[in-house]
Design a binder for this molecule. Structure first.
Ligand code: BTN
Length: 327
């Protein structure tokens, strides 16, 4: 492909790659490399800053990252992945949503295919919320999985994925990650990661799942739009994180987990889920639409419903519209 055929996304990827080592690059040099004007370079830099990067300019020197960035690299991730996962990965620069990417390509994809992106412009969370997705600051990961057995084979899937994320975090040194039903990942009572599973298919026939995970790695100080307490891996571990290495750890863990889940369902994951339950034996309240139920969290049952001990006895709750909070 000649330079003047580069897409906007490719141009921005190359600008980021040039700046990633942390040195100054002049607008002129970048423009020459990419076959575009200095004014066009300046516009791309402005857009990259709007996507969450921190690039500043010094007259006579050019552009520079405020702090060096280790960019996601497909080959680096593949070199650390288990053999069976190596040909099922795409790494994108900026996309609306990695979940949407998988949805749009789902019919052509093998089970376990993963899409990663550096930034999302329309990242989505549970209950119709927005998932704030600044450039290079997190892992935005979506995986495709089709279930020939249909909806009944999905029982507990979101809980199982939560367990897989907690296991991957343990391998990366984060030992104290907890699960909040159904599948938020918390550390020090702040949200570290969230999971959004989107399913399509007819009742009684095969269904297609998108398993989306957003995991905060090194959020910029400028992030203000998140409406709940949050934390990132770098704050927890007090050192910089190699996102390529952690992406490989997480993908391998997800694949291994899905193989067990397809064979044995939720059962092997109930004990690990209970061990990580952030609300085990704590006072909680469930918010279901206008209704609030208060009681003591008692983990999950064999179909993954949340157990809560109320004044009327032990009750089980399940459904996508339920929110759980400390009472
Ligand atoms: C939540 O609300 O806690 C779930 C957040 C899920 C966010 C991830 S980021 C990767 C994937 N793409 C999306 O648009 N959403 C999920």
């Amino acid at each position: 492909m000649s330079l003047n055929q580069l897409t906007t996304d490719e141009i921005r990827t190359r600008i980021v790659e040039c700046l990633a080592p942390g040195q100054f690059c002049s607008g002129e040099a970048l423009g020459e490399q990419l076959g575009i004007s200095r004014a066009a370079v300046s516009n791309h830099i402005k857009c990259l800053n709007e996507l969450g990067l921190d690039i500043f300019s010094v007259s006579g020197k050019g552009y520079k990252f405020a702090k060096p960035l280790l960019v996601l690299n497909k080959n680096t991730i593949i070199s650390q992945l288990h053999q069976s996962a190596r040909d099922k990965l795409i790494v994108l620069n900026v996309i609306d949503s990695t979940n949407q990417y998988i949805k749009s390509h789902q019919t052509e994809l093998p089970n376990g295919f993963v899409c990663l992106a550096e930034a999302q412009t329309a990242g989505r969370g549970r209950l119709g919320r927005v998932w704030v997705s600044p450039y290079g600051a997190s892992l935005y990961l979506s995986m495709h999985w089709a279930f020939a057995m249909g909806y009944q084979a999905l029982n507990g899937l979101s809980l199982v994925i939560g367990v897989a994320v907690v296991e991957a975090l343990k391998k990366a040194g984060v030992s104290e990650a907890k699960l909040k039903w159904p599948n938020d990942i918390y550390v020090q009572d702040k949200k570290l990661a969230g999971i959004l599973i989107e399913v399509e298919g007819q009742m009684g026939s095969a269904c297609q799942c998108v398993i989306g995970i957003g995991l905060n790695v090194n959020l910029p100080d400028t992030v203000t739009q998140i409406d709940q307490p949050f934390i990132d891996m770098q704050t927890v571990l007090q050192h910089s994180i190699d996102r390529n290495k952690f992406a490989a750890t997480l993908i391998d863990e997800l694949h291994a987990t899905m193989v067990i889940f397809e064979k044995s369902g939720l059962e092997p994951f109930i004990a690990p889920w209970q061990t990580a339950d952030v609300y085990a034996n704590k006072a909680i309240k469930l918010i279901i639409g206008q209704k609030t139920i208060e009681g003591i969290g008692r983990g999950i049952n064999n179909v993954g419903a949340l157990l809560i001990e109320t004044t009327e006895g032990l009750r089980a709750y399940q459904g996508g519209e339920i929110s759980v909070r400390s009472a």
